[in-house]
Design a protein around this ligand. Structure first.
Ligand SMILES: [Fe+2]
Ligand SMILES: [Fe+2]
Length: 277
């Protein structure tokens, strides 16, 4: 069951400056649902890299695991860099997102990283990686959103999704080596789920407010989007993710969806990504 795919960072060329402001079906609400999540990636992914890197010395004599870790750093670093560019474009379009992102970075780097034990930061990373893996699987299984996205954003989302699947067990395997306690795993999930839901919602509000869309209008449009796409984040990612992850025998490769990632990645024309952030 446990797989160790080759984790290869790739850096496709994205023409994000050609992407229209409302790149998801021309709809501000659908677009900002994704933008608000994507804005969290640069700080989030750098936090993931740092929380795993703290335990790297355990693997100095294990070249296969070291290669896996470097692949993970390289992929997350490349994702963070492209999402950084997407944030710059949002700011150039006039959106004020810096205060919101500063608050998120403070929670990651001032609170979680400095105030909590290292193992909880690692555990929060492993849990968040489970959410990103579920979202990635959904991007391939339920392609309504990606099919209606601008082609450059579709390529960007599927590249990120595919690499999330490829490296989905890296942080979890390190956590199991460092501390396999179920309580530590559950505490990481509590931190990850709370931070993700809170900051994602705040991001959606921050962006929609600046487009003059009220919270009520947004709720109605989100409900309609859920019905049309047959996808509900709270039910299909959050709740499902938490329940799966808390099973005592959970492992990310119990669901083998690597073939979905591989067939997409094989179709990408890429150049190698830099080694890490
Ligand atoms: Fe990523
Ligand atoms: Fe990841």
């Amino acid at each position: 069951m446990r797989q160790h795919p080759t984790i290869k960072p790739r850096r496709p060329d994205f023409k994000l400056r050609e992407v229209p402001r409302y790149w998801q079906s021309g709809d501000p609400v659908a677009t900002h649902l994704s933008n608000a999540l994507f804005m969290l990636f640069p700080a989030g992914e750098r936090f993931f890299i740092r929380s795993v890197r703290r335990y790297e010395s355990r693997y100095r004599d294990d070249p296969a695991r070291m290669k896996e870790l470097r692949g993970f750093y390289g992929q997350e670093g490349a994702h963070a860099a492209v999402h950084d560019e997407a944030i710059r474009i949002l700011e150039e379009q006039g959106y004020q997102v810096r205060d919101h992102l500063d608050r998120f970075e403070k929670v990651c780097f001032e609170f979680l990283e400095k105030r909590l034990p290292d193992v909880l930061a690692l555990s929060a990373t492993a849990a968040t990686e489970h959410f990103t893996a579920l979202m990635a699987r959904n991007a391939f299984d339920n392609p309504v959103f990606t099919e209606e996205a601008h082609p450059e954003m579709r390529k960007f989302m599927l590249w990120h999704a595919a690499e999330e699947i490829e490296h989905k067990a890296v942080a979890y395997d390190v956590l199991q080596d460092v501390n396999p306690s179920w309580l530590v795993r559950a505490a990481g999930m509590l931190i990850a789920a709370s931070a993700l839901v809170y900051f994602w919602r705040q991001g959606i509000r921050t962006l929609l407010r600046q487009d003059g869309i009220s919270a009520r209008e947004a709720r109605e449009r989100i409900q309609a989007l859920r019905q049309r796409s047959n996808h509900d984040f709270m039910r299909d990612v959050l709740l499902k993710g938490i329940l799966e992850y808390l099973r005592p025998d959970f492992h990310p490769w119990q669901v083998d969806d690597l073939h979905k990632a591989e067939s997409f990645l094989a179709s990408l024309e890429t150049s190698p990504a830099p080694a890490s952030a």
